[in-house]
Design a protein around this ligand. Structure first.
Ligand code: AMP
Length: 285
């Protein structure tokens, strides 16, 4: 695996590879890698000549400074995991490399998507996500771009960004399933910040979403949502949201057509650790 710290060196190298006709797959991460991240690397490995992974804790997407400061850093372990998974290139830039002085600060028109769920509870978050991904796309020009379904709304935001940038023909977005611990908790770098007791409670997010999926064709969605919120609160969570929405565009379920696929999404704090998860719901009968 080749490590690049400088954007220019990476761009020069990749230009040569593209001129040789190599197909590239890119997996952006913030490090503290776990098997969920590695599943993206493995999927990229299957369909590309070159697999590129970035490890960059993007300051512009943190609306809470203490979340940024406490974000786990495990770069040596990350390097070992990436190497073992067959990653070819690790891009591990500094903040100055990603945001050099003079780089224009753009605003991205994300419309409705930015006003709901993560957009509502983390103001500015998706602008920061778009800034960093715009920069990665400019530097790397991947053929395939890998994102986890774990960050459902982020996937839709990035799809929109690709359209805004006019790159639909150049880059394919590949969305991969959420990897979970054996009890069902979605793997997340933030899980390492949970105490042993909190780790046991954390699985209730998965259970709450599973109850919504199981009850979908038996009970009204409002009831399923209020039950899920009550369950999480009784387990010590501070709930930002539990919602059911169109899986296509996250419009509220009340406005969806009966045949439209739905997704349940949740975000909640345990102590100062914010966890998110989501689950595609069975078709309505
Ligand atoms: P992060 O480092 O949290 O920014 O995540 C980097 C990428 O890995 C994102 O596309 C995430 O959606 C994806 N990811 C995070 N957790 C998981 C998981 N448990 N299973 C699959 N993909 C994940």
């Amino acid at each position: 695996m080749i490590l690049f710290r400088k954007a220019d060196d990476l761009t020069d190298f990749l230009l040569k590879q593209r001129n040789n006709g190599l197909r590239t797959g890119f997996v952006p991460t913030m490090g503290a890698l776990h098997q969920g991240h590695i599943s993206l690397i493995r999927q990229a490995r299957e369909s590309n000549d070159l697999v590129i992974c970035s490890v960059f804790i993007n300051p512009t997407q943190f609306n809470d400074p203490s979340d940024f400061e406490k974000y786990p850093v495990t770069i040596e372990n990350d390097v070992d995991l990436l190497q073992a998974a067959g990653c070819d290139i690790l891009f591990f830039p500094s903040v100055d490399e990603m945001y050099p002085p003079g780089l224009p600060v753009k605003t991205y028109d994300l419309g409705f998507l930015e006003t709901i769920l993560e957009g509502k509870f983390r103001p500015g978050h998706f602008q920061g996500v778009c800034r960093v991904i715009d920069r990665f796309l400019t530097l790397i020009h991947p053929d395939n771009f890998y994102l986890g379904q774990k960050d459902y709304q982020q996937c839709l935001v990035v799809r929109r960004l690709i359209t805004i940038l006019g790159l639909e023909q150049q880059v394919s977005l590949v969305i991969t399933p959420t990897l979970r611990d054996p009890d069902g908790l979605a793997m997340s770098s933030r899980n390492t910040r949970l105490s042993p007791d909190q780790r046991e409670q954390a699985v209730n997010i998965f259970r709450a979403l599973s109850s919504i999926a199981a009850g979908m064709n038996q009970f009204p969605p409002e009831l399923l949502i209020s039950d899920a919120v009550a369950r999480l609160e009784s387990e010590g969570f501070r709930v930002d949201y539990v919602e059911i929405a169109s899986a296509n565009d996250l419009q509220p379920y009340q406005t969806t057509l009966p045949e439209e696929p739905l997704v349940a999404l949740a975000a909640a704090f345990l102590g100062d650790v914010r966890l998110i998860d989501n689950m595609l719901l069975p078709p309505r009968s």
